[in-house]
Every structure is written in C-alpha cells, then in structure tokens.
Ligand binder design. Structure first.
Ligand code: AMP
Length: 437
C-alpha cells in the first residue's frame, strides 16, 4: 500500500499553511479594495470548456489535463486554470446583462496540470487571480496589471520585473502566423519534437521554446511587432505610457506569448529571481482576451486578467526571508490544580468570545510543563489560576517576553488584553501604512 502523496502534489500544513493564509489575505484584501468580488467556481468542468478556451493546440489541452469520464459518461476535466470557469460563470449568470462594466472577479483555489514536477512546478497548485471583463481600454488593462504589481510589492518583494508584450489583434496575428510558419518550415527538421507539433497546432508557442538550439533559430524569425496593425501598436504604446507614469518597472519581451490560446493583445508576466534562489519561473502572468466571452456564449466583450501561482510566490518569499508563518496565541492558561481545569475552560471560552486566542493545559497541573507548553505555543501571556486567584476572582498574568507579572481581576481581564495587545494591532496597521506609501 502506498500512502505517500501523489507525485507532483504536496501537503501544506500548520505554520506553512499559516504562511499561505497570510499571502492569500493580502492578495484578497488588495483585490477587494480595488472593487473585485469573489467567484467560487467548480473544480470540475466539462472538458469542452478548456478545449474551446485554452485551445486545442495548447500544451495544457494536448498533454496536461486530468480528464476522465464520470459515471454518467460525461467528459470531465479537473480545471487546469480558472479564467475559463470564471468567465463561464459570468456568462451563465447573465452578469453582463445586469451589472455595470467591467465585471470584476477575484478567485483562489487549486488547479491541476499533468506536468513534469520540478522546482516551482506541481501537478496540483494553487492560483489566485482576477478578471476584469467588459470595459476595454488601456486604463483598465493598466488597472489589472498594477493590482498584481502592487500586490507583490505589498507581500514584500522589492524588485518585481513586469515582462510585457502584445500579441496584437486577430488580423495582425493571422498575418504574422503565416510569415512565422513560412520561416520555421525551413528549419523545423532540426527543431525539437514539441516544436514540430506546435508548428501545426500553435506556431506562436515556438517563440518561447526553452530548447537552446530552437532559441537560436527563433532569434532570426520574423518579429510579431513588424506585423502589428496601427491600432494594436497604438493601444500597446498607450498602455506602456500609462505604466511608465505609474512607475511600473517593465521590460518588453517579444518572445513572451503565454500558453493559452484565448489571449489577444497585451500579455504579461511578473518575475522575480532572488540573488541566491532558484529561478522558479514566473510568479504570475496574464493577458487580455478579445474573444473568450463570445466563445463561451456571452456578448462581444473583452477582458483582462492575471493569475499568481501561490507555490511560487511562497517559495520566493521563503528564499527572501519574507515568508510570515509564525503561529502565536495571545494567552496560555495554566491551572495549578486539577480542580481548576473547568475554570480554565470557562476562562478560555470567555477570552475566545472576546476575540483573544488562547490555549490551556488541562492535561496536567504541572507548572513547569505548562510554562514549557506556553513557550512552544508562542503565547504572549500566561494566565495562572491558583487558590488565591479563585478566592479573589482574579488571575495572575505573566508577560512571557518581559517576564513581568501582575494580578488582574477577572472583571478587568478583557480590558487588560485590549490595552496590552493594542500595541500589536497598531504596529500591524503602521506596517501596512508604510507599505502602501
Ligand atoms: P498560467 O495559468 O499558465 O497563465 O499560469 C499563471 C501562473 O500560475 C504561473 O505564472 C505560475 O506562477 C503558476 N503556475 C502555472 N503552472 C504551474 C504549476 N504546474 N505549478 C505551480 N505553479 C504553476
């Protein structure tokens, strides 16, 4: 019997999960204050959704989807990405007929791709992302790109590089594809097997092939930017000007095409490589989509979105010592005798309903063992219940960092914690103010 995790998956537990929650809270907070509302869509979708949107010729659909027949003979896929499901939900719920544009969504959850597991690449991974659909302008593009950029800054990354490119409109791309296929046909015999297949299905994807020999061939290929229509060019320039004015550091990367067929117009990736860390690939990426809403049965509306890979964000934060995963509690209750165990429970419950986190030792009345447990739980205060305290309706409260101790009446205990832990709260707000500047 094999009880290890499935290859390419991993457990995220305890303090590591705390670190992930902290990341998610910041990302969700930023999305909410920018007017994005949460979407929770199913993990399973009809396979046709992804074949249609992500594209039959994409690597994801060709090789990476977890697809199966359910007991009703439906063709089902575990979602490999979330944009398609979110846009499907917008269309199915008729949001475009009922709400102002853009309709703005954020989402978070697991995705599944049968990829070769390696640094930063899993078969089940979490994404956080946003979509802004229905109002098509360079300003709205910039709003989404900035949200991702500022969120990464808020997580503590000092130097994020935004790689950006445009795939142009439909007509520009058709012209370019023809020229690219013409050029590559003369070299394809010596290119990798994947590229041979891509040439037939998805020739643009050859541009970001990582095989060294193929990259040399691609270097001399026709450039997409030479085939852009005037409107595509000016839309891209307008966006770049806005990003410059917003102090976003970006580099134009003409080989950036992204792997999902629904992208048209601007595509981008957020990258960060720590000095001594492994390059885990892009922290996130996204782009503009011109036809996806219509393809999924909705009106002719365009959208833009991005998704971060949370494992990659966490991994780079760890490398940079920015992963905040300490679990602490406000108080640890120490009854000095078995007969006070129930009092300990009453007190724990009282503190918890007042919003203070606490634990108690009701497994033994050994004071030394209890203090050790309090330290292991990272408690800020120990609350001791002994005979005198019961008599006086009070407790002894010991600050575990300053070691100062005082008797506090039970009737004053909440006020005591409000006062003592207020600093922690102010401190955390100051930190946020600092980052936002
Ligand atoms: P995509 O949905 O392909 O546009 O990817 C968006 C982001 O999701 C990437 O930049 C990665 O951070 C993350 N991602 C994609 N595939 C994986 C994977 N197999 N494992 C971990 N993260 C991934």
């Amino acid at each position: 019997m094999d009880y290890s995790v499935v290859k390419g998956t991993h457990d995220i537990i305890q303090s590591e999960a705390e670190g992930y929650s902290n990341i998610e809270n910041i990302l969700i907070f930023n999305a909410k204050i920018a007017g994005f509302n949460e979407f929770r869509t199913p993990i399973i979708e009809n396979s046709s959704l992804f074949v249609r949107s992500v594209g039959e010729g994409s690597d994801i659909v060709r090789k990476e989807m977890y697809t199966f027949k359910d007991k009703g003979d439906r063709d089902i896929t575990l979602r490999p990405e979330m944009t398609a499901g979110v846009v499907r939900a917008m269309v199915n719920s008729k949001l475009f007929a009922q709400q102002d544009y853009p309709v703005k969504a954020y989402y978070i959850g697991p995705n599944f791709r049968y990829e070769r597991p390696q640094a930063g690449r899993y078969r089940q991974f979490q994404q956080f992302g946003v979509e802004s659909v229905g109002a098509d302008s360079a300003i709205r593009d910039a709003e989404v790109i900035l949200l991702g950029y500022n969120s990464l800054k808020m997580l503590g990354f000092s130097k994020i590089v935004l790689k950006i490119n445009t795939l142009g409109d439909f007509e520009s791309r058709i012209k370019y594809k023809t020229a690219l296929v013409d050029y590559l046909s003369n070299h394809i015999d010596i290119m990798c097997d994947d590229c041979k297949e891509r040439l037939k299905l998805n020739p643009l994807r050859i541009l970001d092939c990582k095989v060294e020999n193929d990259q040399k061939i691609v270097k001399d290929a026709p450039k997409l930017h030479d085939f852009l229509s005037n409107s595509s060019k000016s839309r891209f320039d307008e966006l770049l000007e806005i990003l410059k004015a917003q102090n976003v550091e970006f580099v134009i990367d003409e080989s950036l095409v992204r792997g999902l067929d629904y992208y048209t117009g601007v595509v981008f990736e957020y990258s960060f490589t720590s000095i001594n860390g492994v390059d885990v690939g892009a922290l996130g990426g996204g782009g503009h989509y011109g036809n996806l809403v219509k393809e999924l049965g909705g009106p002719e509306l365009e959208g833009i979105g991005f998704a971060f890979g949370l494992e990659r964000v966490a991994s780079v934060l760890k490398d940079e010592n920015l992963f905040k995963n300490e679990i602490s509690i406000d108080a640890f209750i120490i009854p000095l005798d078995k007969k006070y165990f129930e009092k300990a429970l009453t007190l724990a419950s009282f503190l918890r309903v007042n919003g203070y986190s606490c634990e108690m030792n009701v497994e033994s009345a050994n004071i030394n063992a209890s203090f050790k447990k309090a330290l292991r739980r990272n408690a800020k205060f120990a609350i001791i219940i002994g005979e005198n305290e019961i008599k006086n309706d009070s407790v002894q409260v010991k600050n575990l960092s300053t070691k100062g101790q005082e008797e506090v009446l039970l009737s004053n205990l909440v006020e005591f914690f409000d006062r003592s832990l207020e600093d922690d709260h102010d401190h955390c707000c100051e930190e946020n103010e600092e980052i936002e500047k």
